[in-house]
Structure formats: structure tokens, C-alpha cells
Design a protein around this ligand. Sequence first.
Ligand SMILES: Nc1ncnc2c1ncn2[C@@H]1O[C@H](COP(=O)(O)OP(=O)(O)O)[C@@H](O)[C@H]1O
Ligand SMILES: Cc1cn([C@H]2C[C@H](O)[C@@H](COP(=O)(O)O)O2)c(=O)[nH]c1=O
Length: 228
Amino acid sequence: MAELVFFTGTMDSGKSTLALQMDYNHRAGGRLGLLFTRHDRSGEAAITSRLGLRTPAIEVTASSSFWDEVVRRRTHGEEVDYLICDEAQFYRAEQVDDLARVVDELEVDVYAFGIGTDFRARLFEGSQRLVELADRIESLQVPTLCWCGRRATHNARTVGGTMVRTGEQVVVADITGRGTLPPAGVTAQGQPVEVGYETLCRRHYMAGRTAATADVMGEGEQLLPFGE
Ligand SMILES: Nc1ncnc2c1ncn2[C@@H]1O[C@H](COP(=O)(O)OP(=O)(O)O)[C@@H](O)[C@H]1O
Ligand SMILES: Cc1cn([C@H]2C[C@H](O)[C@@H](COP(=O)(O)O)O2)c(=O)[nH]c1=O
């Protein structure tokens, strides 16, 4: 039975790496699949991992139809056994419905990867629909850590180094100080903005405390060892 699986975790938790590993393993097992992404940080139609892997992918746009893509390819004799869908938080709800239909009616496995919530701790449209429809939801196994040592659960956005809670939902950018992107992002409309992201535990997300403000912590607050 084909299935729709949603692999989710914070930014930088290894989703794209896992997406490429899944593709590699299925391909090695003789299955054929298609790779999709939307707004990858590289600015290209590709799935890129911070471990250095990069594989070309089909760019999903607001009008893309997964159903049409699979049916068209199969009509031309192409085998399609599975879909790898990265940055799935950016997909429209209708496109996730489409993915579920591809699973149920075409018997194609769909492996979707994405962050659950945005910088305001609100579900992205694509992630919400995946949570509603997926056969299984898998959390990434290697936790990213907050500066305090706790497991990070939230994605904070900084503008010019300061954490913000308002702004456009989609601003493509990297974790501050990591990756190849400068500390700048680009909105869905292509506007440049000075944006970075940082993964935080809920406590520090709610308090608005990023690593930059850790050295001016309130009294009584201590760095915690990993796991607590
Ligand atoms: N130099 C490195 N050495 C070991 N692991 C690394 C290195 N760089 C990145 N990683 C791993 O890659 C993960 C990020 O993978 P990636 O697939 O880009 O994440 P995501 O798609 O979730 O944003 C990090 O959490 C870390 O585990
Ligand atoms: C929290 C948040 C993130 N984004 C963007 C930033 C990155 O380009 C991607 C996430 O990429 P990753 O592979 O999971 O690291 O999403 C955004 O546009 N809006 C947000 O609120």
C-alpha cells in the first residue's frame, strides 16, 4: 500500500539530507521517483543539504499539479513509484490534497519534508494539511539545540540581529552564521531583506531570547546541559 509520510523538524534538523537519502535508497532498490522542492535556499530548482549534497528537483509553483505531472509521465511510459517533496511547508493545501490522491489512486508513495511552524509559531498551510492528511508523521531524530542546550522546537526569525514576530510568512534565508547565504533573505516577491533564523526551545522562543541576548540573561537563568 502506498503511503503519505510527513517528515518534520525545525530548520537545520536534517530534512533535506534525509530526503536525498530516501531517494538514494529507493533508487538503489530499483524504484524510480521524482524530486520536488519550492523556494530552496540555494535559489535553484534543487534539493540541497548543509552536508553538501545537491540533487536537481522540479520547482513547485502555485499552479503546479502533482496529479497532472505523474499522470503525464505515466502516460508517456515513464515509471513513477514515489515522490520526494522538500520544503513542503510552502505547498498549498490543495496541492497536499493532490498528493494524497496520488497516493490513494495512483499507488505512488509520497515522502514530504518540511518545517511545521513559521517564525510566529503558526503552522504553514502545507504543513497543516500534511498533519491533517498524512498516514504517518515522523519527527527528525537528531535534535537541533537551543543556545541553552535544550532541544530546539521553534524557528525564530531575526532582522538585523533582533528577533521579530511580525513580517511576511515566507522569507527564504538560512540559520544565522551558517550555510552559504549571507545574513540576508528574500521575500516571496523577490524583495531583499536582512533576515536570519535561529532554532530555540519553546521557553526562549516565548521569551524572545536568542543567542545574541544570552549574555544579558535575567538573574537566575543558567545554561542547561543537553537533554534537560
Ligand atoms: N559539517 C557538518 N558535519 C556534520 N554534520 C553536519 C555538518 N553540516 C551540517 N550537518 C548536519 O546537517 C544537518 C542539516 O541538514 P539539512 O538537511 O541541511 O537540514 P534541513 O533540511 O532540515 O534544514 C545539521 O543538523 C547537522 O546534523
Ligand atoms: C521559520 C521560517 C522559515 N522560512 C524559510 C527559511 C528557509 O528558506 C526555509 C526552511 O528551510 P530548511 O530547509 O528547513 O532549513 O523556510 C520562512 O520562509 N518563514 C519562516 O517563518
